[in-house]
Design a protein around this ligand. Structure first.
Ligand code: IPM
Ligand code: MG
Length: 358
């Protein structure tokens, strides 16, 4: 029996539609397992630019920091394309990650057996499915390094610096190794150590952390090769450990391999239980407000919140099982339906999941 305060940044585009379904699922979990979830809606991203002229109002930040956990829909859209760089809706995400100290981004890339056909790779490559966990560093590296413009020898130039401290590398490596211990005990650390000094440093610290995990197999891969190996033989990966920038790129690639970005959740965690949970998909403005969006990523995101922030793994599994059952029994939103299959709306898909939630 717990009481949890959840700050909800439903955001832009399909964000509000999908977070509403995640809230319905949490409410049902609350009634089955006797927990209370209080939702506090706050604004960020494009919605906040429109309402108050800035993408991450202080009030939003304060409410997120004092909540037990944050549920986020999606931010951004073409409407704000011409907003100056430091005020774009995406800055709200970066600001929340940094201010909340969420240095670890967990992005599972899973192929549900009933959706194998959605995978764009050949069947013999994908076999029975796929289960990779990407552990992406989230508050350091080139995303947060020194940046600017200056006059150089060839005229004006711009720069963004990639810099990682030992502390930053160590803590994300520990996250990856801890996760590997609960899975297939294999970490692949991905970098560009053949070129970058920050990558060579990254490797040396990861190597040190590995000594505390003798059961975990560790190997290294250059990022260019890794992007190729992900397509050639994705089964060689269990946990991928990587930097902010490389993780951004590789997690989209892994997401595409699963064939359905509308199914992928993610968790951003720090050193306390306060986390931020968001679907991997974006705001999809082209299908916003039409009831077409797939709510499953948002719903699985809520399951990750239960598991990682509230330590409610039974409840998390109940949600995951209900989603699996709905998919196995043929429930499909437009993004995952094949020709001739009946298409459910966002809310109908959630109804089907709720009906299977025990
Ligand atoms: C992601 C997104 C963000 C990122 C953008 C929207 C700032 O691409 O969460 O992967 O680059 O981290
Ligand atoms: Mg990205």
């Amino acid at each position: 029996m717990g009481k949890f305060n959840i700050a909800v940044v439903s955001g832009d585009g399909i964000g509000p539609e999908v977070t509403a379904q995640a809230e319905r699922v949490l409410e049902k979990i609350g009634s089955i397992y006797d927990h209370t979830f209080e939702f506090c809606e706050v604004i960020a991203g494009g919605a906040a630019i429109d309402a108050v002229g800035e993408c991450l109002p202080q009030e939003t930040l304060d409410k997120c920091l004092s909540s037990d956990s944050v549920l986020l829909g999606a931010v951004g859209g073409p409407k704000w394309d011409n907003v100056p760089g430091d005020q774009r809706p995406e800055r709200a995400l970066l600001g929340l990650r940094k201010a909340m100290g969420l240095f670890a981004n967990l992005r599972p890339a899973i192929i549900h057996p009933s959706l194998k056909d959605a995978c764009p790779l050949k069947p013999h490559i994908i076999g029975d499915g796929l289960d990779i966990l990407i552990v992406r560093e989230l508050t350091g590296g080139i995303y947060f390094g020194e940046r600017g413009r200056r006059m150089g020898e060839l005229g004006e130039e711009a720069y963004d610096v990639e810099c990682y401290s030992e502390t930053e590398i160590r803590r994300i490596a520990v996250t990856a190794f801890d996760a590997a211990m609960k899975r297939s005990k294999h970490v692949t650390s991905i970098d560009k150590a053949n070129v970058m000094e920050s990558s060579r440093f990254w490797r040396s610290i990861v190597n040190e952390v590995a000594k505390d995990y003798p059961e975990v197999k560790l190997d290294y891969m250059f990022v260019d090769n890794a992007s190729m190996q992900l397509i050639k033989d994705p089964h060689q990966f269990d946990v991928i450990l990587t930097t902010n920038m490389f993780g951004d790129i590789l997690s989209d690639e892994a997401g595409m391999i699963t064939g359905s970005i509308g199914l992928l959740p993610s968790a951003s965690l720090g050193s306390s239980t306060l986390g931020m949970y968001e679907p991997v998909h974006g705001s999809a403005p082209d299908i916003a407000n039409q009831g077409k969006a797939n709510p499953i990523a948002a719903i699985l995101t809520a399951a990750m919140m239960l598991r990682y922030s509230f330590n409610l793994s039974t409840e998390a599994e109940a949600i995951e099982t209900a989603v699996e059952l709905a998919l196995d029994e043929g429930c499909r939103t437009a993004d995952i339906a094949t020709e001739g299959e009946a298409v459910l709306s966002t809310a109908q898909m959630c109804d089907e999941i709720l009906a299977r939630l025990k």
